[in-house]
Design a protein around this ligand. Structure first.
Ligand code: DWN
Ligand code: SAH
Length: 404
């Protein structure tokens, strides 16, 4: 019997994606035989509405000194985080001498905007290789996991914060009750907790099941976030939908009755209810949608291959690990995947062992078909690849690319 990670209610898995490797575990061929696999099965809690993974590998196996994701690889995301920083400053800094803490600050993509203005900030980032980049750029960073013991250290050595922010991190943390307690200790009376994560409703509607992988132990909705944090005296005061990562939600939470709620909070609660996000049947439908998506994706790759087309992947995303392993697609169908991140290059994709190549390799070995695993960066990539498209190259994906 499985327990909800939040409310301890009994939960049932509604599907399995099968055995999965670490999503960002790009590896050398001499490491194939010791590759780690776990069972990737999501479940839904019909009491607190949390969509969650039954099993998650130990965080230390995912976030360490060789973490493969560097936030600044996307120009679009750099712009997003600059705008995000300006928005926080305009809306949620009330103090003359504000202090902002970021959980999962990665290479400093958000906090560098505050550092440049000499605004007091602190990044918490356990993956030391990405944190090093932030430190080089003048972003104050502690290379540790955020938790209760670190919270005590911060209170001793720094001060209470006006804002705790986390982008694409909260959904990675298995014990959110601990995070609720930490936020309570660290925030000033009128302080806010702001986080952005891929939005469950978008994932269900778009069948972007590749958002489900080891790091993403939760997929949030307004309903679940409300239930998770109300136990810690925090309430949602603002919700803003985002285009990033294929559809995300920005949640702003304040201490109960300390801040005015905006009108759109109810709008999203109603929209989620209308969709049936609180009902188990919705997730059974999602399971069927995933199976159809898998069948169509594999068939279209086979059709292209049988016509003699050269197929490559574009962007060795974490998400692609779920697609490739669930659909059992290996280098018989996708010859190689190109990615601009040096730490991924000249290694193999987790589980299916497709070679990862440089961007120059892509330019020298242009495929007929590019599987856009980084579909969430479609506009940025299509703009860059006008030449490929003009010469007859075609981008495809398991999701409908017209939605992005
Ligand atoms: O939540 C998470 C998000 C924020 O980032 C983490 N758990 C891990 C990671 O997820 P992802 O790997 O799915 O993220 P992206 O942003 O979709 O990854 C894009 C990949 O594509 C990177 O490896 C860089 C690469 N890329 C490229 O080769 N050429 C990206 C762009 C824009 C390009 O032009
Ligand atoms: N905020 C960045 C990075 C997201 S990737 C962005 O939006 O692009 C997730 C990041 O969270 C990784 O850098 C990982 O090392 C970090 N992380 C994971 N668990 C964490 C924890 N418990 N505390 C702090 N950071 C964590």
């Amino acid at each position: 019997m499985n327990e909800c990670r939040i409310c301890k209610n009994t939960i049932e898995p509604f599907m399995t994606f099968g055995k999965m490797p670490i999503a960002n575990g790009f590896l050398k061929d001499n490491e194939f035989k010791n590759e780690y696999f776990y069972d990737l099965s999501p479940a839904f809690c019909s009491k607190c509405f949390s969509f969650q993974l039954i099993n998650q590998p130990d965080p230390k196996m995912m976030f360490h000194e060789n973490y493969a994701f560097f936030s600044k690889t996307s120009k679009f995301m750099q712009t997003h985080f600059k705008q995000f920083a300006d928005w926080i400053e305009q809306n949620y800094f009330n103090d003359k001498n504000p202090f902002i803490i970021e959980i999962g600050s990665n290479d400093g993509i958000l906090l560098e905007n505050f550092a440049k203005k000499n605004i007091d900030h602190l990044g918490i980032e356990p993956s030391s290789n990405v944190a090093e980049n932030a430190l080089k750029n003048g972003v104050n960073t502690i290379t540790k996991f955020f938790n209760e013991s670190l919270t005590s250290d911060i209170l001793e050595n720094y001060r209470k914060a006006d804002c705790i922010v986390a982008a694409n991190v909260m959904c990675h943390i298995p014990d959110l009750n601990e995070i609720g307690k930490c936020a309570n200790s660290l925030l000033k009376e009128k302080g806010v907790l702001i986080f952005e994560d891929p939005y469950l409703l978008d994932m269900l509607q778009r069948v972007s099941y590749d958002q489900i992988y080891d790091e993403h132990v939760f997929m949030f909705s307004a309903h679940s976030v409300n239930n998770i944090f109300k136990e810690h005296n925090l309430e949602i005061i603002e919700l803003i939908h985002q285009k990033t990562h294929g559809g995300s939600m920005r949640y702003v939470l304040g201490r109960k009755n300390q801040r005015q709620k905006t009108n759109n909070v109810n709008y999203f609660f109603e929209k989620e209810k209308e969709f049936g996000l609180d009902k188990f049947e919705t997730y059974i439908k999602f399971k069927n949608d995933c199976e159809i998506s898998k069948k169509n994706f594999v068939q279209s790759l086979k059709n292209y291959r049988d016509k003699g087309k050269k197929i490559a992947g574009y962007g060795a995303t974490s998400k692609s690990t779920t697609v490739l392993n669930y659909c059992e697609v290996d280098s018989n169908l996708i010859e190689y995947i190109s990615d601009t991140t040096p730490i991924k290059q000249n290694k193999f994709s987790p589980g299916m062992h497709i070679p990862i190549k440089t961007y120059d390799f892509f330019l020298e070995n242009i495929p007929d078909i590019a599987v856009l695993f980084a579909w969430n960066h479609k506009n940025e990539i299509i703009n860059k690849e006008k030449n490929f498209v003009n010469k007859g190259g075609k981008f495809i994906s398991h999701v409908n690319l017209n939605n992005y």
